[in-house]
Structures are given as C-alpha cells and as structure tokens.
Ligand binder design. Structure first.
Ligand SMILES: [Zn+2]
Length: 421
C-alpha cells in the first residue's frame, strides 16, 4: 500500500493571506464580533460599559487593548451568575449542541456550527488526509477533547474509532486489525501504547500501520517526538488550544512553531497589565476567537509564548507562536522583573556539568532575594555562571552549590517563598 503525501498542501485560503489582507480580515471579523457580542451578551455589555469601551469606535486592531483582559479564573464565577452561563452566551443554553465540563468547574458550550472548535485546518497541516482510519484516544465523557477532535476528522473525510483513553490491549488489537493510519491523543499515551506493543512482541513499524499522529494537551520534548516518529515511522504534529475556545495554533510539516489559527485574533500580553507586547517578546497568550455564540474576548490563557513572523517554508503566512514555553503561574517577578523558568534553563544549558537547579525567592525584611541552587560536583565555572545569569536575567542571585542528589525528586523551577504579610 502506498503512503499518502502528508507533507504538502493548504486547507484554507485564509492560511495564505498576505499581511495587509490578514489585518483587514482580523479587523472585519473582530469588529463584527465585538458589535454582536455587545448587543447580545449581557456580560460583554457590562464589561465594555465598565471600561468605557465604545464598540463603534473600534477602527484599528490596536484598539482592542482598551478592552480588559478576561482571566480564565473569572469564568468559574461569571458562569454561576445566572442564565446563559451568567450572560456570557448570546443565546439560550438549550440552543447549544453540547455542553462540556472542564476542571473548575468551567462549562464549555458548543454551538450547532460546523467546525465549531476550528481544528480542521490544523489537522490538515498535521498531515491527516481523506481516507485515513483514525483512533481517537481522547476522553469522550464530560471533557470536550474526544468530540472536539471528531469534527476535523469528519471534515477531512477520515473514519474515526472513538476509542477514548485506556483499554490498551484492545486499542492495540484494533490498530492491527483495522490497519489504523492515524492517532489522535496525548504523546505520552502513544508512548505507553508503543511500550505495551513491544512487550507483546510487536514490531511498531511492521505490525502497526500508523502514518500520522496529532497530539496535544501536554508539553512534548523534541526528544520524545523524535523517538516516537522513528519507532512508529510516522509524522507527529502538535496542536495548541483550550477547552473554552478550541484551536489556537498548530504545527505544519516544518514544525517550527504553532501557526496561529485563522479563527481568532491572538495577542501576546504583559501578564500583569494586559498590554500587548512586541513580536519576539515573551508574554501571556491572549486569545479572542471570532465566536458570536460564546464571545470570550481577550481570554488570558495563562500560557507563555512569543510571536514569530519569519516566513515558513510551508507557504502559510499566518504568524506563529514560538511554542508554549511555560505558564504564567510558574513565573516570578523578582525586584520588579519577570523571571521565567525557560530563561534560567537557557542559561543553565550552557553548563553541561550542572545536573539540576532551582531558583528560590525570599523577601527578608520586605526586600526580594534570590538564591540559585545547583547540583554539580567540582564546579569550576562559578564566575562564568554568575556573569551569564546577570547578563541574561538581569538579577544577581546568591549561588549555592549542592552535591548531586541533594534536592528532592519533584521541585518547582522557581520556588517563591516570599511572605506578603
Ligand atoms: Zn509552516
């Protein structure tokens, strides 16, 4: 059986708009959505009025910064404030197709609209093609993931085995008997399936037929991806989204960041002020999907990323998120400066001999102090480390050298021990 070409092609014209067409598209979509939301969502009207944001004066994309950020945490409270999920919905709950449940609890309504969660272009970019037989190992109960990922597969004319997670032996049996070509699930479950298959004496390349995998919901180290791609002989691409808004971004064959989905306007903002940052600067992903049913305007995801606009060899012109590099809540502001774990990791990576590290922040007498703990034996490059740290991170921590194996197995990269009494 010959393999399909999964490396080329573009699903939608929106993926190849030039910069000015794209701006125009965003502007029209946003204006239309904001006007609609102001008119039909009680909660949006309240928010805009409180912020004295006049939707009729929305002219330019940069005007969106006058709308306050919506924190994900607020949703739990807002949704409990009465009918239509606290006035967030622009129509009655009974008009929805489904309502899912996320931790919080947060309800995730789904309207009766084709490709409501917007994953189809991302699945195409990942390499799914018409005629694939796909095992969907995401959960179908309460959680939106399982059914959310059926839509794009139906749109691309693939057949779906609604497997859900678990029942590993049955999963493997189906994969063999039905010659499953596509996998949708987490990378760690695909890894688990592979281990179980190998234990049972199967050859992942010969006894299974997987050619393409879409994974999401967890951070996948490149090493793990490479291992899985090689073991199964498949293409594995990642998507990024949330249960509230659906697809936010996806990788293409060239896997150099997450192309922004064309169904939303994405900003990278300062985590405290909500002010949009420049391209390349790290900040919080803030998303406004063009969704008139459930208008979550400027929803702050809590994820950290940056915007990359260099051309991509795939031909898609949509800007990219340079990967999800952390969470806002693992970030600490030390002496007024944001310090991100990935920045420290980049510094430490230059010192191969350091096994593990942790930055501890305290505030004796109300003044921030940072201590960098490193596990390393016979460390000879203290000066070098401190110099690089100061240069890249702009703070000057105390250095504490520990023997390898001293720190507990589970540690936070930045341990904030400050007290605010
Ligand atoms: Zn690309």
């Amino acid at each position: 059986m010959t393999r399909k070409d999964r490396t080329e092609g573009i699903y939608s014209r929106l993926e190849v708009l030039d910069a000015s067409e794209r701006n125009q598209f965003y502007r029209i979509q946003l204006k239309d959505m904001l006007k609609y939301a102001y008119r039909y969502s009680e909660e949006v009207k309240k928010r805009f009025d409180r912020a004295q944001f006049d939707v009729n004066k929305f002219r330019d994309l940069s005007d969106i910064k006058h709308i306050p950020i919506l924190k994900k945490k607020e949703l739990i409270f807002l949704q409990s404030m009465g009918p239509r999920l606290g006035g967030l919905l622009t129509k009655d709950l009974g008009k929805m197709n489904r309502v899912f449940l996320s931790p919080g609890p947060i309800f995730d309504p789904e309207d009766r609209i084709p490709d409501y969660w917007g994953w189809t272009e991302g699945f195409y970019a990942s390499g799914f093609r018409s005629g694939d037989v796909v095992q969907n190992c995401f959960n179908y109960h309460f959680n939106p993931a399982g059914l959310m990922f059926e839509d794009p597969l139906r749109n691309l004319e693939c057949a779906v085995i609604p497997a859900g997670p678990g029942n590993t032996n049955t999963q493997l049996e189906i994969m063999q008997k039905l010659r499953i070509t596509g996998y949708v699930g987490t990378a760690s479950y695909l890894m688990h399936l592979g281990q179980k298959a190998e234990e049972a004496g199967l050859n992942l390349r010969k006894d299974l037929f997987l050619e393409v995998a879409f994974v999401t919901a967890e951070k996948v180290p490149e090493k793990v991806r490479n291992t899985l791609e090689k073991k199964y002989d498949l293409i594995m691409r990642q998507g990024y989204g949330t249960a509230d808004v659906g697809c936010i971004g996806y990788e293409c064959y060239h896997r150099n960041g997450l192309h922004m989905a064309n169904r939303s306007f994405i900003e990278i903002c300062h985590p405290d002020t909500g002010i949009p940052l420049k391209d390349g600067e790290v900040g919080e992903v803030v998303v406004t999907a063009f969704n008139k049913t459930y208008p979550l305007i400027r929803l702050a995801t809590g994820d950290l990323s940056f915007i990359e606009r260099s051309p991509c060899p795939c031909g898609r012109t949509s800007p990219r998120l340079g990967g999800i590099i952390g969470r806002v809540d693992t970030t600490a502001r030390i002496k007024g400066l944001f310090v991100y774990p990935h920045q420290i990791e980049q510094v430490i990576a230059r010192f191969d001999e350091i096994k593990r590290w942790q930055l501890e922040v305290t505030n004796p007498g109300g003044i921030d102090e940072a201590t960098l703990y490193v596990e390393v034996s016979n460390f000879r490059r203290k000066e070098d480390l401190m110099h690089t740290f100061r240069e890249k991170i702009k703070i000057r921590p105390d250095l504490q050298i520990l023997e390898p194996g001293t720190m507990p197995p589970q540690i936070r990269p930045i341990e904030d021990k400050r007290s605010w009494d």
